[in-house]
Design a protein around this ligand. Structure first.
Ligand SMILES: Cc1cc2nc3c(=O)[nH]c(=O)nc-3n(C[C@H](O)[C@H](O)[C@H](O)COP(=O)(O)OP(=O)(O)OC[C@H]3O[C@@H](n4cnc5c(N)ncnc54)[C@H](O)[C@@H]3O)c2cc1C
Length: 313
């Protein structure tokens, strides 16, 4: 990154650019080396300008939001990390149509805030997401969900800035959601960098607010009962195989619960949670991941793919 670009970032973003920022401060796993620059744009025009300049200077960029599905390697990230959590937190409710309500939601809004808003206002469809950390943008990018539903069920349209700096909007029929994956049909967002989601239209139904709050409470209770408490994690580390036992069950059956590498350990509470017991490095987590993959493959002939997004050097 040359001096001119650094100067431009400092002038435009002032205290919204952080240099050599440790990613361990921004990921729920609590590991990860420094990003050259963490930049928090506030408007679409700032975002477009930032992406355009990165492209012109051949500087890599990626998006960070809640950091709840990211494993950043120990030497960190070269280039720009765009912080999409700090701003972009609006909720706008449009006129109701027949059996549904339509919301336009900023990508940086937390899923928790969205779920709360929906339950408070008698809007049905978000209960599946209660207890999932992170932002709306991250949840769309990952098609986050549970056995009860995923983001693709409620998304009507997505607004993005493409990797070449264009502002685009894609309607439901152009969006493809599959297991932990989001893509655009006939993809004209395929550019040198990833598209950045700035806002999402959601279609929700109606229900009694008190019933929705009770359902949310029940979901929270179930999650607390089945997931490890008090340790840093990125949720389920591996995707479930297409057929057969889920990843957590395979890990459990292979006798790997409690297996540790340095500060990283396979949770005793849930085999698919690799947790940081306080002093883990990304290297510990990656070594543990590889050991789990090898042992599960040896025992069951199944290759576990990480669900967590692994980035950096
Ligand atoms: C305790 C715990 C429980 C969890 N439970 C679940 C669960 O039940 N179901 C589930 O699906 N997940 C679960 N997760 C994983 C995680 O919370 C979700 O994947 C979440 O949606 C990620 O959102 P985020 O904002 O944290 O994204 P990040 O982790 O910041 O980013 C994840 C990916 O999305 C991209 N991204 C983020 N924001 C944008 C954007 N605005 N535009 C373009 N790309 C973007 C990033 O570049 C990255 O590739 C859990 C995690 C934890 C820690």
């Amino acid at each position: 990154m040359d001096q001119g670009f650094r100067q431009w970032l400092t002038t435009v973003f002032r205290d919204r650019v952080k240099w050599d920022e440790p990613m361990s401060r921004h990921t729920t796993l609590g590991v990860g080396g420094p990003a050259d620059a963490l930049v928090a744009p506030e408007t679409v025009s700032e975002l477009r300008e930032l992406i355009g300049r990165c492209r012109a200077q051949n500087i890599a960029f990626m998006v960070l939001a809640g950091g709840s599905n990211l494993l950043v390697r120990d030497r960190g990230i070269r280039g720009i990390v765009i912080d999409m959590k700090k701003y972009w937190q609006t909720i706008e409710r449009h006129s109701d149509r027949g059996s549904g309500a339509r919301l336009t939601v900023g990508a940086g809004l937390t899923l928790a805030a969205l779920c709360r808003y929906a339950a408070d206002n008698g809007l049905a469809g978000m209960t599946f997401a209660v207890g999932i950390p992170g932002t709306v943008g991250g949840a769309v990018a990952m098609n986050a969900g549970t056995a009860e539903g995923w983001m693709g069920d409620v998304v009507e349209a997505v607004e993005m800035v493409t990797g070449d700096g264009r502002r685009i909007r894609k309607e439901k029929q152009d969006l493809v959601f599959s297991y932990r994956r989001f893509a655009v049909r006939n993809d004209d967002t395929a550019t040198p960098g990833p598209p950045v989601i700035t806002g999402v239209d959601l279609g929700l139904g109606f229900d009694d607010s008190e019933a929705l709050k009770a359902a949310a409470e029940e979901r929270r209770r179930r999650r607390t009962a089945t997931q490890p408490a008090g340790f840093r994690s990125a949720g389920c580390f591996f995707k479930n195989p297409e057929a057969g036992d889920p990843a957590g069950k395979l890990i459990d059956r292979a006798g790997l619960k409690g297996l540790a590498v340095g500060g990283a350990v396979v949770s005793e509470a849930h085999g698919n949670f690799l947790v940081n017991r306080g002093n883990a490095t990304a290297g510990d987590l990656l070594a543990l991941m590889e050991t789990v993959q090898r042992r599960v493959a040896d025992r069951f002939g199944v290759t576990l793919e990480p669900e967590v997004t692994i980035v950096g050097q």
